[in-house]
Design a protein. Structure first.
Length: 144
């Protein structure tokens, strides 16, 4: 057995996934190789440590809060994207119009609409979040 296969074979050995012949060869190799015995001991300690880790499943409350938060972040990023895009379009168009004569181009209407859509999305997002916070605030009846 080669030492280069030791890491793969260590886990097979520890997990009991080796057949009798491979297991005998592995143990024979371990008798003559101190480095591989050390590697095996490290893997056994690692398995012991990871075996003690207890994973808790997230609660439904956690997932509800996670999805609300994710939705708000996406909503706000979309709103800001529309505002920035609309503002960039307006600035570009303003520069274009400064160079050209004042004509009947509808690009300005599109730019203004994109900008206003972004503002409306952000406004709705903030209002919706404030309403939600007001409904769930445990201290809303406390007077200062």
């Amino acid at each position: 057995m080669k030492c280069s296969w030791m890491e793969i074979d260590c886990m097979k050995y520890i997990d009991g996934e080796m057949n009798e012949r491979d297991r005998a060869d592995f143990e024979m190799h371990l008798e003559g190789c101190a480095k591989c015995r050390e590697i095996l001991q490290d893997f056994q300690e690692l398995k012991s440590l990871t075996g003690r880790i207890k994973m808790r499943d997230p609660t439904d409350e956690f997932w509800d809060g996670y999805w609300r938060s994710l939705y708000r972040r996406i909503e706000r990023k979309t709103g800001w994207l529309f505002i920035v895009l609309g503002a960039a379009m307006l600035v570009t168009y303003g520069a274009y119009r400064a160079v050209q004569s004042f004509g009947t181009i509808t690009f300005e209407k599109v730019a203004i609409a994109v900008f206003l859509i972004g503002v409306v999305i952000l406004l709705i997002s903030v209002i919706r979040e404030r309403i939600h916070q007001h409904k769930t605030d445990p201290y809303k009846k406390v007077k200062r």
